[in-house]
Write a protein that binds this ligand. Structure first.
Ligand SMILES: Cc1ncc(COP(=O)(O)O)c(C=O)c1O
Length: 349
């Protein structure tokens, strides 16, 4: 396609680059995209099998009604306060569609989820980054920013830093626009900002089934918030943004609370073991509240990452300041972490 046919505002556009997804079954230890190391609930697999029938010829419910209802029950909300999307990523995009005019400011602390900036370009919004430094606390400049939309990943990625509710609430209270709190990793953290929904009309929580429910391959996430904001999101979404299998899976996943709790506690336990072992190997670490650890190796990160890759182990590497030299490692199974640590011992010693 001739470049001249592409929108002017997208010239020179640098898209978000997802982490490498090698073909299944090639024996990679994949610790680069924060997927769950543990499988989804067996009840989810049964629900997907049961939904894979003749009714696939019919469109799904445009409101994904059964999923909204199940999620609402789980969080003690009204179904009108819930919407679902094709992963948390779609819900972030829908916030732009619903709340951001071309030219509006969209504010976020940095470093953070690298999807936010390209979305600003796509929607012709003005990114308003608020740089943070170690230990990656919420920057005081964020609250007074007059942005139409503020995006706070909490816990943040790639740092794993967690902002307590009072700090986030100070930003929400000072903001005239929407504050969307991206809680993709919150199940691995001390608490959610859910109570903010009781006192604020400009706050949305974005969640996903990709991490703590082991369903990254299905693409389903949800948003919780005031009914009028949810209605605004619904008004700009695609008609059938979540398919029948994902809807059935979401219902089964949210209803199997025991499986979810066990998955989270296993990941949190493995995270502690991984962090301790990395510290013993001389890595610098910040405490993580997510399903990954963010660490600075005692040797150049590029060398460490290449050494791991040679051994078929993938982690995420950053080469831009202020996180150049750091790597993000997804918490794995005990066996995956043993392979990782054995490899790192060879590489850094
Ligand atoms: C901070 C953050 N938000 C949202 C997502 C979106 O997840 P998904 O689109 O799989 O629901 C991710 C995925 O890695 C993430 O890191």
């Amino acid at each position: 396609m001739s470049k001249s046919l592409v929108r002017k505002s997208l010239q020179g556009f640098r898209p978000y680059m997802p982490g490498e997804q090698p073909p299944d079954g090639e024996g990679w230890v994949k610790l680069n995209t924060n997927e769950s190391p543990l499988p989804p609930s067996p009840r989810v697999i049964e629900a997907i099998k049961a939904a894979a029938n003749d009714s696939l010829r019919l469109y799904p419910s445009p409101t994904a009604a059964s999923a909204r209802e199940a999620i609402a029950r789980r969080f003690g909300l009204d179904p009108a306060q819930v919407t679902v999307g094709n992963g948390g990523d779609e819900l972030i995009d829908l916030c732009f569609r619903a709340f951001v005019d071309a030219g509006d400011r969209v504010a976020f602390p940095t470093p953070t989820y690298p999807l936010f900036e390209p979305l600003c370009r796509i929607h012709e919004a003005t990114p308003s980054p608020h740089p943070t430094e170690l230990p990656w606390e919420l920057p005081p400049s964020l609250a007074p920013d007059p942005a139409s939309l503020k995006l706070i990943a909490n816990p943040n990625s790639p740092t794993g830093a967690f902002f307590v509710t009072q700090e986030v609430e100070a930003v929400v209270g000072a903001s005239s626009g929407i504050v969307a709190i991206d809680e993709a990793y919150v199940d691995f953290a001390p608490h959610s900002c859910l109570p903010l929904l009781e006192h604020h009309e400009n706050v949305l929580l974005l969640r996903t089934f990709s991490k703590s429910y082991g369903l990254a391959g299905l693409r389903i996430g949800f948003a919780l918030g005031p009914a009028d904001l949810i209605e605004a999101i619904d008004s700009v979404k695609d008609s059938y943004n979540v398919d029948r299998l994902a809807i059935a899976a979401a219902v089964a996943a949210i209803e199997d609370e025991e499986h979810h709790r066990n998955l989270v506690s296993e990941v949190v336990k493995n995270r502690g073991n991984l962090a301790g072992a990395l510290a013993d190997l001389g890595f610098d670490l910040v405490p993580s509240s997510a399903n990954f650890v963010f660490a600075k190796p005692p040797k150049p990160a590029a060398e460490v990452v290449a050494g791991l890759r040679e051994r078929k182990i993938l982690v995420r590497h950053y080469d831009r300041e202020p996180i150049a030299g750091w790597i993000r490692i997804t918490v794995g199974t005990r066996e995956q972490q043993e392979s990782l640590l054995a490899a790192l011992k060879e590489i850094v010693s």
